[in-house]
Write a protein of this length. Sequence first.
Length: 97
Amino acid sequence: MTTPEKPATPQTADDLFNFPCDFPIKVMGKAHPEFQDAIVTVIREYDGEFDITRIETRPSSGGNYTGLTVTVRAQSRAHLDDIYRALTGHPMVKVVL
């Protein structure tokens, strides 16, 4: 009879990602002509070199919402958390994934 192996030590996000890294964030909000610009402004607070070509835009099927995939250059877990908090706190944002 063999002894069962100990479970592996739980991994942290810092263990799962090699920071700095490119990280896609999905941001959804009501369709508004200034939605993308508002999100870019938030992202640039944390990454002054953010390039808008790193955004993919998709309208919802009914045209009421806009989904953005924003690929940011995350420097650390804390940096990524700060970006998520800023996005989720923005009044135009409904969901951040």
